[in-house]
Design a protein around this ligand. Structure first.
Ligand code: C2O
Ligand code: CU
Length: 474
């Protein structure tokens, strides 16, 4: 950004303020603009029916519904409270969240609170609760200890239920949030439609192996939506990748992203970048400064990404068009301040465990088999540890295909990739694990004993065995 740009826009404002008395009254600068967050991209906030400001109590129903992913285009879907994404759950760090959940589907389901440090009994995984039967209810109750961007989704028949629309965002705010003029969630997904225009049924062996990638890119459940922005404005995007298998490598020509948060909340040092990568299950919290010209319409793109075995996008795809208002640019804001300090975990003397991810095709049975340490869920032996013990895991991908790794319950730090120390410390629950890569992670389970899943977040891979259990004893 040219150094004189700030001056050129702040100066006239000052002159107007002290200008002659008969000058027309200038409206106060509304940095948020007339339409702070595009109507087409707006996601309802879950209705909090508890008067206690520190308790967020909501009703959530999984039910069939119509999903209008573009004007006039509807598919039969599974929804939370009738919409895709489901309502955004908004809370402050430390709040108690109570969810009265009812299953109105014709099949069992659960809700997993991806990234939220819930007690094991509230985790919604196959180990923490029997699935909620059709017609039955379950009360989820937990506190949200960390500020950040999280999400919720079922942990039963994932490739069917999530693909059909069961997912929603969770926004937890802390005391020190980076300044932005507007903010919103951008939940990324895609749809694969059949010849009848409805969501395609489960596919062939190739889909089972590669994971489903749709042909209709979606932001907040909508295709072809536009996001209004104003020159000079700072927007905060809370990005969530809710897709089954799509890796979102994002770029916005003429703009840079400033990453202020990852899975586990604020980063230590905000960092500017031309590109972002969100693997399935991943979140990134970014600031986007409106460096475009008034009236321009830049497009957020998904760039090609090869993730092994020919899977992944081969050509860039348009994801979201931004529309700059004609208004003159607002004065730019200062760069964001540093985030929270992240202490490195001391790992001296800890013997690393090796966790190997692999896959093969069982030709006789005509199925793909995904393994962790050569076994498939539910036959993978548990890893057993205890509260407070430092864990160091070497995640080894023995296959050519990438397998985004997700750990329930605890945030971890990436120590190194293929032996090279990771540049920036951050707290993560979902990371990229490239083909043939070895990633060392470290974490220390806090006082929430129980069974915690870890798995690849490509939904078809979970269902074909690439999942296992970490058992944390008191
Ligand atoms: Cu979003 Cu078990 O994961
Ligand atoms: Cu995988």
């Amino acid at each position: 950004m040219p150094p004189n740009r700030r001056l050129s826009w702040t100066l006239p404002a000052v002159l107007i303020a002290v200008g002659c008395g008969d000058a027309p009254a200038t409206p106060a600068v509304t940095r948020s603009g007339p339409d702070p967050w595009a109507a087409a991209l707006r996601v309802a906030t879950a209705v909090d029916r508890n008067p206690d400001p520190r308790v967020v109590e909501i009703d959530l129903e999984a039910r069939f519904g119509e999903w209008e992913y573009a004007p006039g285009r509807r598919v039969r879907a599974m929804t939370y409270n009738g919409s895709v994404p489901g309502p955004t759950i908004e809370a402050r760090a430390g709040d108690t969240v109570v969810v009265h959940f009812t299953n109105r589907l014709d099949q069992p389901t659960t809700i997993h609170w991806h990234g939220v440090r819930v007690p094991a009994a509230m985790d919604g995984s196959p180990h923490s609760q029997p699935p909620v039967a059709p017609g039955a209810s379950f009360e989820y109750r937990f506190t949200v200890p960390d500020a950040g961007t999280f999400w919720y989704h079922p942990h039963v028949a994932e490739s069917v239920q999530m693909e059909r629309g069961l997912y929603g965002a969770i926004v937890v705010r802390g005391d020190r949030e980076p300044r932005a003029d507007v903010e919103g969630v951008l939940v990324l997904d895609d749809l694969l439609l059949g010849a009848d225009g409805q969501i395609a049924p489960t596919g062939d062996l190739v889909e089972q192996h590669n994971g489903r990638e749709g042909t209709v890119p979606l932001v907040n459940g909508r295709a072809g939506a536009e996001l209004p922005i104003r020159a000079g404005q700072r927007q905060r995007w809370r990005l969530v990748n809710a897709g089954s298998a799509r890796f979102y490598r994002l770029a916005l020509p003429g703009h840079r992203f400033t990453v202020v948060g990852t899975d586990g909340g604020p980063v230590e040092t905000p960092r500017a970048s031309d590109e972002l990568l969100l693997v399935p299950g991943d979140r990134l919290d970014v600031l986007v400064d409106g460096t475009g010209a008034p009236g321009s319409t830049p497009v957020l793109q998904v760039l090609p990404y090869a993730r092994g075995h020919g899977a992944g996008l081969t050509e860039a795809v348009d994801l979201l068009r931004l529309r700059y208002a004609a208004d003159p640019a607002l004065p730019a804001l200062d760069p964001p301040a540093a985030g929270a300090r992240i202490e490195p975990l001391a790992t001296d003397g800890v013997t690393p465990r090796t966790v190997t991810f692999d896959e093969h095709i069982d030709r006789d049975a005509e199925r793909v088999v995904f393994t962790i340490n050569d076994r498939s869920y539910p036959d993978v032996p548990d890893i057993v540890t205890r509260v407070g013990a430092t864990e160091v895991w070497d995640l080894v991908n023995a296959s050519e295909m990438e397998h985004p790794f997700h750990l329930h319950g605890f945030f971890f730090q990436v120590v190194s990739r293929n032996g090279l120390p990771e540049g920036q410390r951050s707290w993560e629950d979902t990371i990229q694990l490239r083909g043939e890569e070895r990633v060392r992670i470290a974490f220390r389970p806090d006082a929430r004993p129980g069974h915690w899943m870890y798995h690849c977040h490509i939904l078809e891979h979970v269902e074909h065995g690439m999942m296992a259990t970490l058992r944390v004893e008191p």
